[in-house]
Design a protein around this ligand. Sequence first.
Ligand code: THU
Length: 137
Amino acid sequence: MDNRELVKEALAAREMAYVPYSHFAVGAALLTKDGKIYRGCNIENAAYTPTNCAERTAFFKAVSEGEREFAAIAVVGGPAGEAPIDFCYPCGVCRQVMAEFCPDDFIVLVGKSEDEIREHVLSDILPHTFREPDLHR
Ligand code: THU
């Protein structure tokens, strides 16, 4: 699985975004260490706060199916109905969910298209992480 393929999966996931309020459609594709892909899209709600981001949709689908080991995630987003016009970075809440299940070297790809991809690791976008061991310090 190369970066382009994972971003392509995220673009396909984005097609399913349910965004009647923000009209901002996001897609994510989460790659497990054994090569499975879980897609996620953002799912909004009339009460606003129940909205789930694309990244968390992908993580919660995977974790609820028993997955615990992850290699990478690709994220794409932008105004609904058109191709992404900029890079869409994960929100803070999604970064924290990534930190719960992934080590510092977990790969986070953000794409504008299959041809324009930035590659980060989790610790770049979420330094000074709070994880389970910190509860005992
Ligand atoms: N959103 C995501 O799904 N992922 C992100 O990384 C950024 C924001 C969603 C939440 C909401 O449905 C819409 O984008 C506008 O904030």
